[in-house]
Design a protein around this ligand. Structure first.
Ligand SMILES: Nc1ncnc2c1ncn2[C@@H]1O[C@H](COP(=O)(O)OP(=O)(O)OP(=O)(O)O)[C@@H](O)[C@H]1O
Ligand SMILES: [Mg+2]
Length: 588
């Protein structure tokens, strides 16, 4: 069980002094509580105080009596520092595990997030790490202290018995200790399974939560309030059931062990009567037994805690050990600024964990550097997929995507992506000022460059109209600005990036046709010398493209310029006509 934690031991290295300190404190605790207390009471305090001839002075009695608080004082100090030091280590280790988890989330391929709901990942990152931290500090608190106490308590038992030369007595007493282990094992087995269920259920609850918060508008628009409450209630109720099962098994432990230890005392009592054992020897044995049951009980509880922690660790490791298919190559080719000549060679691509949702089939394309290339086709034809393969958001199934003749898999991801600016239909803004959101495009840009980019994207005028201008905070995911304003900020961000390859996937869809045509003018100036992939539903944007690729069902079915495609390709013509209302009027 402990091997599971081994990979994380390296995080203890920086705090090893505290760790050693806590082990030493645990030893002191065990020695003082398990051994010294018993021996002092039985050998010094009781015989003197309960002696038949009461000849002690007042101060002698006080002195003897204060040995008890003295022992507890030392025990208390040791317990305090043991807990403090070891918790410090546990919290430190968990801090690193949390960071590892978050770091991993930054590099996992986009396909991973399609398979894992956000709520589930949040629940792993927060609830499971919390559980693990709770386990680690709890377990660590007892893991040295209790065994030390047990060893010294048994030591005191043997010491007392050896004076009486009564081996049987000791064996009898010791025998009941292992019996207490059975209920521990029984409960532990059940708890592990329930703990896993509980954490998974917690994930479902978080998921319902985050989905609900993200769909506040839809819920009101479609009147889904009751349905949502019902779904949430069901998730919370399942959580209640598994939680109670854990309580059932973990609460059963303490009373059972106490009962077993009471049986041990009863048997020892009977034996003591026949063996004519002195009352103070007997007391000492019962005391030692009492002291040694506590560790057994605590270690049992630890066992259960560990099970719960392990199930949390399992869930964390599912993410931590997830392979990162899209990573830097072992021997990357160094690239600086690319020209932007794109080529797709018989590219096949499918979505889904097993690649069972085909999206591109045998796609060949050559887009010379500096070309404005439009991708058109019906919804679901594969246009976005095609564009997403260029920054290597997804990995091609077979075939290859090359830029300037170099496979995208041969470059460092950072080098590749620095050469590409992507603007999507629904750009995400961070909850920060507009200025800082723009700056993400190129963090070392000057204020002037930022402003120019905003002017080119026709964002400047509306930004200046806002209360705080460029220092306006846009709210979570940019919720305080309109869809069209968000797109203009995203465009400005892309302009600022000044990358040789520009991908605009429905990047102007939320703009009215007036602002769109204004941006078209700006674009025309900006795209000089750049390779642009443009996906747009409005054909006004597409007509000017020097190359148009027509997609249908994952394949490129035709390519050329507007005039030649309109003349020769029925699909292109129907898409174009439909947009201009020609087909519909004819049919009507
Ligand atoms: N993340 C995804 N996981 C699984 N399947 C996907 C994913 N994204 C797209 N698909 C599927 O791949 C196919 C191509 O999708 P793609 O987004 O490339 O189409 P598109 O041409 O951009 O359509 P639209 O014009 O509607 O944006 C579709 O059948 C779609 O259902
Ligand atoms: Mg698309």
């Amino acid at each position: 069980m402990f091997q599971r934690f081994r990979p994380y031991l390296k995080y203890l290295l920086p705090v090893r002094t505290y760790f050693i300190g806590s082990v030493v404190c645990a030893g002191v605790y065990g020695f003082v509580y398990g051994f010294v207390l018993n021996i002092v009471l039985m050998k010094r305090v009781f015989p003197a105080i309960f002696a038949p001839e009461r000849g002690l002075q007042f101060w002698q009695i006080v002195g003897l009596a204060s040995l008890v608080p003295a022992v507890f004082f030392v025990r208390g100090i040791a317990a305090y520092f043991n807990a403090y030091f070891i918790s410090l280590c546990g919290v430190r280790v968990l801090e690193q595990v949390r960071l590892d988890f978050f770091r991993k989330l930054q590099v996992l391929p986009l396909g991973f997030f399609a398979r894992h709901p956000t709520g589930d990942l949040i629940s792993r990152g927060l609830a499971d790490t919390n559980q693990l931290q709770f386990t680690l500090t709890n377990v660590a608190n007892e893991i040295f202290k209790q065994p030390a106490t047990l060893v010294f308590a048994i030591g005191s038992l043997i010491y007392v018995a050896s004076e009486n030369r009564d081996v049987w007595l000791v064996l009898l007493c010791l025998a009941s200790v292992p019996i207490a282990v059975f209920p521990i094992r029984y409960a532990g087995k059940h708890i592990l399974r329930r703990a896993q269920q509980m954490q998974a259920q917690l994930g479902t609850v978080t998921d319902r939560f985050s989905e609900n918060l993200g769909a506040a508008k839809e819920i009101r628009a479609f009147g889904l309030e009751e349905r949502e409450i019902g779904r949430f209630a069901a998730a919370v109720q399942s959580l209640f059931h598994v939680q109670m099962k854990i309580v059932k098994y973990s609460s059963f432990l303490s009373p059972t062990i106490e009962f077993i230890s009471a049986m041990g005392v009863a048997i020892t009592l009977v034996y003591a009567y026949y063996a004519r054992i002195e009352w103070n020897t007997f007391l000492s044995i019962v005391f030692a037994l009492f002291v040694s049951y506590e560790p057994v009980k605590k270690l049992g509880a630890i066992n259960n805690d560990l099970k719960r922690g392990l199930s949390a660790l399992d869930r964390l490791e599912e993410v931590l050990n997830e392979s990162v298919e899209i990573a830097d190559p072992a021997q990357p080719v160094n690239v600086g600024r690319l020209h932007g000549e794109l080529a797709f060679a018989t590219v096949n691509f499918a979505y889904g964990p097993n690649g069972n949702i085909p999206a591109l089939r045998g796609v060949n394309a050559h887009i010379p550097a500096g070309t404005v290339c439009a991708l058109v086709g019906p919804s679901g034809a594969g246009k976005s997929t095609f564009a997403n393969l260029v920054p290597r958001f997804y990995e091609v199934g077979t075939g290859s995507v090359t830029i300037d003749g170099l496979d995208v898999r041969a470059m460092r991801l950072a080098d590749l992506r620095r050469n590409i600016a992507v603007v999507s239909q629904d750009p995400v803004l961070f909850n920060d000022t507009i200025y800082n959101n723009l700056l993400l495009g190129r963090p070392n840009a000057s204020r002037e460059e930022v402003m120019t980019a905003a002017v080119n994207a026709h964002a400047d005028e509306f930004i200046r109209g806002l209360q705080d201008g460029y220092d306006t905070v846009v709210g979570e995911r940019g919720s305080l600005v309109s869809g069209g304003q968000k797109q203009r900020i995203a465009l400005a961000r892309a302009f600022l990036r000044n990358a040789p390859i520009l991908v605009l996937d429905e990047a102007t869809s939320a703009l009215d046709s007036e602002s769109e045509s204004a941006i078209q003018d700006a674009l025309r100036k900006l795209v000089v010398g750049k390779t642009v992939l443009i996906i747009a539903h409005r054909f006004s944007t597409i007509r000017d493209a020097s190359l148009i690729l027509v997609f249908d069902q994952g394949a490129i079915v035709a390519q050329g310029n507007h005039a030649s495609l309109y003349a020769a390709n029925p699909l292109y013509r129907s898409l174009y006509d439909r947009q201009h209302g020609i087909g519909e009027t004819a049919a009507a």
